[in-house]
Design a protein around this ligand. Structure first.
Ligand SMILES: *Cc1c(COP(=O)(O)O)cnc(C)c1O
Length: 258
């Protein structure tokens, strides 16, 4: 069963208490951490409820589902346009659709995907008809689990250096914003601290280089189970599903993939 609006309000309050407490411990401001509401497997009505509670940013891990819920522009309570983040791996043939629906893609992990997105975004109208500017984060498999996608920890630095070697004008329609990772998911949040710290060090190192990394100031890490540790380690975007929307019912996909 989906949460009612009132249930969602209660869960949001509890989550905000967790975020505030973690920010306080870390000596950070609440504003320095963006809450991305992960609405995957939840219906459009849940998204409407979230917007009425002040949500501005949503995360979806499948392009088709993102299109279903976020193709129509929506306005958030604060008057801004609701933003869609694609947070799951995107197949090459879905990159164009992802670029159309998303404001930010968190899960890029190959030079081929970067090149394709540049081409695709150059051909989209964007806000002034001169192409769409898309925010990109690189996913790093810092948890080092075989089942997870993302750049290998040992190759991430080489990959980023290779990207910079293309020159500052190679990707005019892409804004490289930072790094994303999924924690260890062991059930023990502390287990993710090391990989979150690794990600922060890598992000800071490349932000300091400037050039194509001048906007590399984002760290997308932390989910329902480990967001406090992620905030302590510098996360700027936490991706939260379960704590806001409740358990996902995987037996009833929101859209039929067939
Ligand atoms: C589903 C998902 C989340 C949200 O996870 P919760 O544990 O429900 O908060 C965050 N990030 C990614 C990449 C996901 O696929």
């Amino acid at each position: 069963m989906e949460f009612t609006l009132e249930e969602m309000r209660t869960h949001l309050a509890a989550l905000e208490a967790r975020i505030s407490s973690a920010c306080k411990i870390a000596g950070r401001s609440r504003e320095s951490v963006k809450l991305v509401w992960v609405s995957k497997f939840h219906p459009a009505e849940a998204v409407e409820n979230a917007i009425s509670l002040g949500a501005t940013d949503f995360g979806e891990n499948r392009v088709q589902e993102a299109e279903l819920k976020f193709s129509t522009p929506r306005t958030a309570l604060d008057g801004s346009r609701v933003r869609c983040h694609v947070i799951g791996p995107v197949q090459s043939n879905k990159l164009k659709k992802a670029a159309v629906v998303a404001d930010c893609i968190h899960s890029i992990a190959s030079i081929e995907a970067v090149e394709k997105l540049e081409k695709v975004c150059a051909a989209l109208p964007g806000e002034n008809g001169a192409g769409k500017i898309l925010d990109i984060l690189f996913q790093v498999n810092a948890g080092e689990e075989e089942t997870k996608s993302g750049l290998d920890v040992h190759e991430a630095e080489t990959f980023l250096n290779g990207l910079a070697a293309r020159g500052e004008t190679a990707f005019p329609h892409l804004r490289f914003r930072g790094l994303m990772t999924i924690g260890k998911n062991t059930g023990v949040a502390e287990d993710s601290r090391e990989c979150f710290a690794f990600l922060r060090n890598l992000q800071q190192k490349f932000l300091a280089k400037g050039g194509i990394f001048a906007n590399f100031d984002q760290l997308s890490m932390g989910m329902t189970g480990d967001l406090e540790v992620a905030i302590e380690e510098g996360s700027t975007m936490i991706r939260v599903g379960t704590a806001l929307f409740g358990e996902r019912d995987y037996s009833k996909p929101v859209n039929d993939p067939v």
